[in-house]
Design a protein around this ligand. Structure first.
Ligand code: 1GP
Length: 252
């Protein structure tokens, strides 16, 4: 286990966590730096960088560099494919979209990226990635068969399979910008089935939603759109404070 994963596990002993996702396709480096500094100030635990479209090459590198310069938070890549690797990050969610219909997103992109991860010395964190309805862009791009929202057991079966395959995190994804987050009931059923930490993201915009998901069993909440689409840095600060407060208010 590497440094970033160790840090995550240590922190989880005392509280639930909030990760903020920055998509380099939507956020220029300067803004990314400012948001990252704000995240650090307000008590966010890590920054994830990635996206399904356009988060590659120079665009990706410049955003990761700007974040690293502006904050001391760990930067974890959240790649849409082997194109989403940057040598400036600290770690990478080495993830498999378990319910994709296309083997490229299950093992293909991973094989194409593996030596790049090794060459750059990035810390790989193996993660089961499960797309739940509606799935939004990642569901379409990743050729997922999204888990029906009223079928929590299916999500739990994929999650447990991921754990048995050796993955050390499970991520339930409703898709960036989803109208509603993953249902808390699904989070509850998945959490009861697994022993590894559970990450939940997609469509979380309010503290109240984050709190319900944490109470249902989520260990880490990911927000992207709510912060990125804030009209000003002041709005972003308020949003971060609201969501952090909700997450940290629930005892582990
Ligand atoms: C997407 O789960 C993340 O991969 C974040 O989603 O942009 O809806 O917060 P949002």
């Amino acid at each position: 286990i590497g440094k970033v994963e160790r840090l995550i596990l240590n922190k989880l002993e005392n509280s639930k966590l909030h990760f903020v996702l920055i998509d380099p396709d939507d956020v220029p480096p300067k803004t990314a730096g400012r948001l990252a500094a704000l995240c650090e100030e307000t008590g966010v635990d890590a920054i994830m960088v990635g996206g399904s479209t356009g988060a590659e090459g120079e665009v990706l590198d410049s955003v990761v560099k700007a974040i690293k310069e502006a904050s001391g938070l760990p930067v974890i890549l959240f790649p849409g494919s082997h194109g989403g690797i940057s040598k400036y990050a600290d770690a990478i969610f080495f993830m498999s979209l378990l319910n994709s219909r296309n083997p490229f997103f299950i093992t293909g992109a991973q094989a194409l990226g593996a030596f790049t991860v090794k060459r750059y010395g990035l810390e790989p964190i193996p993660m089961a990635y499960i797309v739940v309805e509606p799935g939004e862009t990642v569901g379409w791009v990743g050729d997922a068969k999204p888990i029906p929202r009223h079928k929590p057991k299916l999500a739990a079966a994929y999650a447990l399979a991921g754990q048995y395959l050796g993955m050390r995190l499970v991520y339930l994804e409703a898709g960036s910008g989803a109208p509603e987050p993953v249902p808390p009931k699904m989070v509850k059923v998945v959490k009861a089935a697994i022993d590894v930490p559970l990450i939940v993201g997609g469509g979380i915009r309010r503290g109240e939603q984050a709190r319900k998901l944490i109470e249902a069993g989520a260990d880490i909440i990911v927000t992207g759109t709510a912060i990125e689409k804030s009209s000003s840095l002041d709005e972003a600060r308020k949003k971060l404070e609201e969501i952090n407060r909700a997450i940290k208010s629930v005892c582990p």
